[in-house]
Ligand binder design. Structure first.
Ligand code: HEM
Length: 475
């Protein structure tokens, strides 16, 4: 009881729940909604006891900006959670704590992704190449109802394959199936309550035993082990064919750094984990956003028609879409921005850790405290958005029909730790969405009860739609 009651001095207020479990038993299916409810009572900077830890929850745009952007480095750590540690072995980039290793690897990731044309024509060509396969796969359903999830995951994973190992893979390739289906598409199952309880001192100790029992551990991490084997193979193939004058992809660029021997963090384990991070962080997120896009198209035929009209007017029926067209497509930009707002793919972002003792908004927060940002709450703030629960791309256009970029739409988070793949994701979503709407009309499946427009999806680390089918009719 003493530990349950105890809190650091001058700590942000918030609900404590019950001893041992804190507020975990009171969390519903959408943690972000519970957090917003409590933020209304305790303020945009509150604490929530989860298991036996007090987490800080940032609940509005101003507070998130003040901490993640202005507070920068002090707010850019990652929690040393046993599950993250087990999965990443403190390597890669996404779950590595703030420090020199992360800084070197993040810089390498950004420069390398740019070097492979993320934001330039090279990457665009790779995405365009993939859309032809995706469109053929859609066409092969001959206008019958089908679930687009798997096709979409294939296309998106292949964009990563193209960056990482220089070439796309066949959708029926066994290794590809494991890479695109197993590892990256399970994050929605990782729920916050599970993570919190798992980490709490008492209950966590019991569940942590799982990690010491090889059979159970393998079961738990099965979806991560196969992809690792494939990546190890690619790395050894790349090493045997490496040519410093012809850097083919991300793996080659990394081998180049290893050869320079300027930084000790460029190890084989780091490379394997980095590649895995790119697949995991880059597949389910982009796939999920595109699945939400299809659902919005199906439920809003008039908006789908407007989008197609703009595509035909600017690009035509046959020409392949290009990022250059985007500047002349305000409705498409508004549709995308509304998509990011309407369904926040990572409603609570990825957890952060505070690296130094800090003072914010008059509160004192000790080093080591864990923190999440309620990105969903920013996207649904009634003080910013009129009727936030409605899908209205028009809200992002001015009276002359020009697109208005909004600082209140932040699906990729903000600050030094914001999404490493943001540019790539924006490019993939634009090209895939435009190409699909150019070639197909998406209609509801008449045999299934029409899914509610307000479908809220399954929410864990990611919020993705429940499985659904639609019809794609060639236009
Ligand atoms: C981190 C969202 C696509 C790679 C993140 C974070 C969010 C996010 C919210 C956490 C930022 C933070 O900690 O504050 C998204 C969304 C995407 C997307 C909504 C698609 C619509 C991608 C893609 C890639 C990628 C395509 C790579 C190929 C990463 C990596 C991190 C990250 C590596 C960790 C960065 C770090 O810790 O330094 N993303 N992401 N993401 N994302 Fe994305």
């Amino acid at each position: 009881l003493y530990y349950w009651y105890k809190r650091p001095r001058n700590f942000p207020p918030g609900p404590r729940g019950i001893p041992l479990l804190g507020m975990v038993p009171f969390l519903g299916k959408h943690t972000e909604k519970d957090f917003r409810k409590w933020s209304k009572k305790y303020g945009p900077m509150m604490s929530v006891r989860l298991g036996q830890n007090d987490w800080i929850v940032l609940g509005d745009h101003k507070t998130i900006n003040e901490c993640l952007v202005k507070g920068g480095n002090s707010f850019s750590g990652r929690p040393d959670h046993p599950v993250f540690k087990q999965v990443t072995k403190n390597h890669g980039v996404a779950m590595v704590d703030y420090g020199d290793h992360w800084k070197v690897q993040r810089r390498f990731g950004l420069t390398t992704l740019r070097g492979f044309g993320v934001g330039k024509r090279g990457m665009e060509d790779r995405i365009v190449e993939e859309i032809a396969y995706l469109n053929n796969a859609i066409r092969s359903n001959n206008g019958k109802p089908f679930d687009i999830a798997e096709l979409m995951a294939n296309g998106v994973s292949n964009n990563i394959s193209s960056i990482v190992m220089g070439q796309r893979m066949d959708y029926n390739d066994e290794i590809f199936k494991t890479l695109s289906k197993k590892a990256p598409n399970r994050l929605y199952l990782v729920t916050y309550s599970w993570l919190y309880v798992y980490n709490s001192d008492t209950i966590g100790k019991i569940t942590k035993l799982v990690l010491y029992m090889p059979f159970l551990r393998n079961l738990l991490f099965l979806f991560l082990s196969k992809p690792k084997e494939a990546i190890v193979n690619w790395v050894s193939q790349h090493k045997s064919t490496y040519d410093e004058h012809n850097v083919r992809d991300f793996i080659d660029a990394f081998i180049g750094e290893q050869k320079k021997e300027t930084d000790v963090s460029f190890t084989d384990l780091q490379l394997i984990q980095y590649v895995r991070d790119l697949y995991v962080a880059g597949t389910e997120t982009t796939t999920g956003t595109l699945r939400w896009a299809v659902l919005c198209l199906v439920h809003h035929p008039e908006k789908q028609n407007k989008l197609r009209k703009e595509i035909f007017d600017v690009i035509g029926r046959e020409k392949t879409p290009s990022m250059k067209d985007k500047a002349q497509m305000p409705y498409t930009c508004a549709f995308m921005q509304e998509l990011f707002r309407f369904r926040t793919l990572a409603p609570l972002g990825v957890p952060h850790k505070i690296s130094n003792d800090v003072q914010v908004q008059g509160w004192s927060i000790p080093k080591g405290t864990w923190l999440v940002c309620n990105l969903w709450a920013v996207h649904n703030d009634p003080d910013v958005w009129d009727e936030p629960s409605k899908f209205k791309p028009e809200r992002h256009l001015d009276e002359k029909g020009n697109f208005v970029q909004s600082k209140y739409v932040m699906p990729f988070s903000v600050g030094p730790r914001h999404c490493l793949g943001e540019q790539l994701a924006r490019m993939e979503i634009f090209i895939f969405l435009v190409s699909m709407v150019q070639k197909f009309e998406f209609l509801p499946d008449p045999n299934e009860p029409r899914l509610s427009e307000v479908q809220q999806g399954v929410s864990g680390f990611m919020c993705v739609p429940h499985p659904f089918k639609q019809i794609a009719k060639e236009v």
